[in-house]
Design a protein around this ligand. Sequence first.
Ligand SMILES: [Zn+2]
Length: 448
Amino acid sequence: MILLAPNLYRLSPGLQPLWFLEDGKLAEMGAGNAVHDASLGKEIVRRINELGAISEDPEKLTRIYLSKELRTAAELILGWMREAGMSAHLDAVGNVCGRYEGERPGAACLMLGSHYDTVRDAGKWDGPLGVITAISCVADLNRRGKRLPFAVEVIGFADEEGVRFASTLLGSRAVAGTFDESVLNTRDRDGVSMRDALVTFGLDPDHIGAAARARRELLAYLELHIEQGPVLEAASLPVGVVTAIAGATRLAARLTGMAGHAGTVPMALRRDALTGAAECIGAIEQFCRTDESGLVGTVGYIQARPGATNVIPGEVSFTIDMRAPTDMHRKRAVADIVRQIEAIAKRRQLSLQLDVTHENRTAPCAPWLKEQIAQAIAAEGFAAFELPSGAGHDGMAMIDIADVGMIFVRCRGGISHHPDEHVELADADAGARVLLRVVENFRPREDR
Ligand SMILES: [Zn+2]
């Protein structure tokens, strides 16, 4: 074999593909003009499929918090962690935790993670991709006998989706020390309390506090996750730098007019709550469409009463979900929309009840971590493209004890929470190479 210098070579002008030498091997350059044999990607896809087969329903993937299947999945992941050279254990809330020591034992860690629970009838990638990719990166360090000046920990959160107890981020909240103990008394749809479910899983509900970590133990929290949206696909990029996990405000609206006979009440004398709601919904869409800050608004639920073909709707309930990359944008938008809805109700002589049912603050990704992620992406030969996360992630809880960074990986059609959720092997591999580069070149914040 002809030995090439460790820099870029074009075999001859205009001839593709490009090649160059890395670790003494001639390697083909991929779409991102970087060397790889996709070995990380292959291992990740194999494990995604293996983990994705662990489901309470043989027909579709469902793996909810504290289920028998979650336990089976935990054992599989703990095994992969140990194989990758980590010490591994299940923590007090059911999170899987692995630790790869640094040059000095007991050093603070760079924590990598995501979640390993799923929604009902889920895809295989949402959550597990981040956990499995992190393990593959550590395994790669371990194979090369490489230790870093800090420890690397991998965590798989046991509950992010909140399917079973209708409360999200239970795993990461326990780690961040913000777990709300009142959730222990909530019951699932079969009447089983979280307290009892923990006992059945083999955990002690009175010791959840033991899962909490201190800020000084963590240098940063980094999560790789599928985008769950179509933006990277539209930009033809396999990975992106997340700028912030958008906060959300949810409202419940109720408009009350007057029910009446669909044949006898003239149009001018009606107080139709449903046409009023329709105007509100149109106004919300119009408002969000004309905003350029990344604001999104959704009315996902509506009910009209009495709900009959020949009756003018007298009362309508609907929900509003508003998200934006900054709290300021979102709050301003919610205030504007509330004003518009109030005006519509007044003009139509409808009474309005509007309640905020949920408020989640935005979790901005730390600029110093965004920069290190962008450098790694550029080093892999891709444009470092920034985008916000419209969906919630564990970083929203982890931000209470660590600076947070996130890498998004392109998923087909932006589809998630659905069996059609899919990531190409090349993209899984690109994500892993970016994460590995971030880990190997990681520089803690200067004031640490
Ligand atoms: Zn997720």
